[in-house]
Design a protein around this ligand. Structure first.
Ligand code: PBG
Length: 324
């Protein structure tokens, strides 16, 4: 009761605020999404993601070394697939010498201790830009799971530590888990994008990989952003199917969902601060409307506060520089 309790007392100086802080960021909290392209000596800026790049294999190795040196412990790999290699069935996605498989091997050999996570989904490989096999105007669930399992297995064979299915087909975690077990990959983790919303914040990412859906949208498989309890059901079923880490995506607009999961499921939680979130801040900062670094840190800390163990963010490198 006032004046016995004065909440401002512990806010009086920075050192005291530092002592009583409830959340903080550490370089080990981050995983860094990386976009990979064919070619040599390429570092292409993504127009809708200022200061974020696609790298060819030779350059990506240097980038991953640099990330390791500043304290990053995990990278999440995405590939931009050449148009002529795309089809409805994602057949390129499980080739031994596909771009993803080559990237995994290169990174593994140059920075062996880095945790390599790989995106498992059809969209960069799909001539329709969808996360599943298309028939008529439908996305086929179980047939897609077969391809996803082959893709995950090929990533494991190339040396991935964790596969990250981001497609939102039902039962894909079980299907991938069984395939990995049957092939002796007992220790490969699955980070499931269990709670992935049909969000409007993915636009710049789809530019980065040239993976816009050719027709319709992703609402028959990704979650409706009006829903909250459904997230718990999604997470629980993926954990039962063998997921090791559960991801919520996007970030900032979904912190309520992340906190629900923190309270109700017991496995490490990741959140993905997606491309649209990155680009919005870059644009506002460029106009001088927001302080880039301060808003970036506030957003990242809010994810920790909400319950994230791991944050996938295009800001990781910038944030880690500020932390040190
Ligand atoms: C595709 C995938 C998407 C993202 C990660 N994996 C796009 C989508 O679902 O359309 C979005 C990431 C971002 O916007 O940063 N399976």
């Amino acid at each position: 009761m006032y004046p016995l309790n004065r909440n401002r007392r512990l806010r009086s100086k920075q050192s005291l605020r530092n002592l009583i802080k409830e959340s903080s960021l550490h370089p080990h909290d981050f995983i860094v999404p990386l976009f990979i392209i064919e070619g040599t000596n390429l570092k292409e800026e993504i127009p809708s993601m200022p200061n974020y790049f696609r790298y060819s294999l030779d350059i990506i190795k240097k980038e991953v070394k640099l990330l390791w040196d500043i304290g990053v412990q995990g990278v999440l790999l995405f590939v931009k697939v050449e148009e002529h290699l795309k089809d409805n069935f994602g057949t390129e996605s499980f080739k031994k010498n596909g771009l993803m498989q080559k990237a995994i091997r290169e990174i593994k050999s140059s920075v062996p201790d880095m945790t390599i996570m790989t995106d498992v989904a059809l969209d960069p490989y799909s001539s329709y830009g969808h996360d599943g096999i298309v028939k008529g105007n439908k996305i086929l669930n179980d047939q897609t799971n077969v391809v996803l399992s082959k893709m995950a297995l090929s990533h494991a064979e190339a040396g991935a530590d964790i596969v990250a299915p981001s497609d939102m087909m039902d039962g894909r975690v079980l299907s991938i888990r069984k395939t990995l077990e049957d092939n002796g990959f007992h220790d490969i983790g699955i980070m499931s994008y269990a709670v992935k919303y049909a969000s409007n914040f993915y636009g710049p990412f789809r530019d980065a990989l040239d993976s816009k859906p050719g027709f319709g949208d992703k609402k028959t498989y990704q979650m409706d952003f009006r829903n909250r309890s459904e997230a718990i059901a999604e997470a629980k079923s993926d954990i039962e199917e063998g997921a090791d880490i559960i991801m919520v995506k996007p970030g900032i607009s979904y912190l309520d969902v992340l906190r629900d999961l923190k309270n109700q499921v017991h496995c490490p939680l990741a959140i993905y601060q997606v491309s649209g979130e990155y680009s919005m801040l870059k644009a506002a900062a460029k106009e001088g409307w927001l302080d880039h670094d301060k808003v970036m840190m506030e957003q990242l800390v809010s994810m920790k506060r909400a319950g994230a163990d791991i944050i996938a963010s295009y800001f990781a490198k910038d944030a880690i520089k500020l932390l040190s």
